[in-house]
Design a binder for this molecule. Structure first.
Ligand code: A3P
Length: 310
């Protein structure tokens, strides 16, 4: 398989971007949101696909189950700013979505969101993931996804991540910018990858309450089961195995799905430097990330207790 040359990063209104995410900028900015559109926003690798799948199942899992086995998740939940010509751009895909609501994803920092989403008071689901696991996931992703800039080696990648020199810019600005927005925009649900990993059922309930949905217990159990890491990994409609730009021989898209995998990548020196820098950049004490949680067995018990009682 021939892959295209890797794109270069450039400064785009103060944020590092590649042309794949700016080529349709005019159309992104003038996108006409509808009041019932739901926007999923993440910094890359925070669990976008996971939450996209959950939302898709919540809205359409019962009414159009055939979607689940015939349309890849990246077509069911289009990526607004992607411009992979000659294929349809994300904007076109979003415009042509036949569903109601339309569920759309974006990695844009808060200042770049098309204004119609604010004007229409759309519901926004923001998912954040701790920086250490995020950068590890992003590194592996950039190694295998040929439309990302060349990641280089791990040590240089980590430094560039800290400087915001990766696509979509600084993780620190992204999570903080959206956290601040939450204080003034009430239709924003800010959730954490770590909480999802620890107790997916609880996070599903919170999500449903934000969206104004009340699925049956049976339906919720089905969703929780469907979106478990191993089930998603084996599901060709969500594991990106149909994406021709990904070289899954280098790394699978559904890679580990864990909190704390950063410990297998960071050296002691890298960790110390990262922590020092983190303290300087993350000044808001109300925004707290966890880089560690209990193990998988504990998680399963928490989830089962949630549904069946202890
Ligand atoms: P890892 O690379 O750490 O495994 P995104 O969809 O934003 O690109 O995020 C991808 C990351 O989310 C990957 O992380 C992937 O494994 C993880 N992920 C996707 N679905 C998951 C699930 N059901 N449970 C846990 N992690 C999941």
């Amino acid at each position: 398989m021939e892959f295209p040359p890797r794109p270069e990063l450039f400064d785009f209104h103060g944020v590092s971007m590649t042309h794949y995410f700016t080529d349709t900028w005019e159309r992104v900015q003038t996108f006409k949101a509808r009041p019932d559109d739901i926007l999923i926003v993440t910094y890359p690798k925070a669990g976008t696909t996971w939450v996209s799948y959950i939302l898709d199942l919540l809205y359409f899992g019962q009414t159009s189950p055939e979607r689940l086995t015939s349309i890849p998740i990246y077509d069911r939940v289009p990526f607004l700013e992607i411009a992979r010509l000659p294929m349809h751009s994300g904007v076109e895909r979003a415009e042509n979505l036949p569903t109601s609501p339309r569920i759309i994803k974006t990695h844009l920092p808060v200042q770049f969101i098309p204004k119609s989403f604010w004007e229409q008071n759309c519901k926004i689901v923001y998912v954040a993931r701790n920086a250490k696991d995020d950068v590890v996931s992003y590194f592996h992703f950039d190694c295998m996804f040929m439309i990302e800039p060349d990641p280089g080696d791990w040590n240089s990648y980590l430094k560039r991540f800290m400087e915001g020199k990766v696509a979509f810019g600084s993780w620190y600005d992204h999570v903080n910018g959206w956290w601040k927005k939450k204080q003034t925009y009430s239709n924003l649900h800010y959730m954490f990858y770590e909480d999802m990993t620890e107790d997916c059922a609880k996070e599903l309930d919170k999500l449903c309450s934000f969206l104004g949905l009340s699925p049956s217990l049976e339906e919720k159990k089905q969703i929780i089961n469907e979106v478990q890491f191993d089930n998603m990994k084996n599901n060709d409609m969500v594991n990106c195995s149909t994406n021709p730009r990904m070289n899954l021989k280098i790394s699978p898209f559904m890679r580990k799905g864990k909190v704390g995998d950063w410990k297998n990548h960071f050296t002691v020196a890298q960790n110390e430097e990262f922590d020092e820098d983190y303290k300087r950049k993350m000044k808001d004490p109300t925004l707290h990330f966890r880089t560690d949680i209990c193990d998988g067995r504990g998680i399963m018990i928490v989830t089962l207790r949630h549904y069946y009682g202890s």
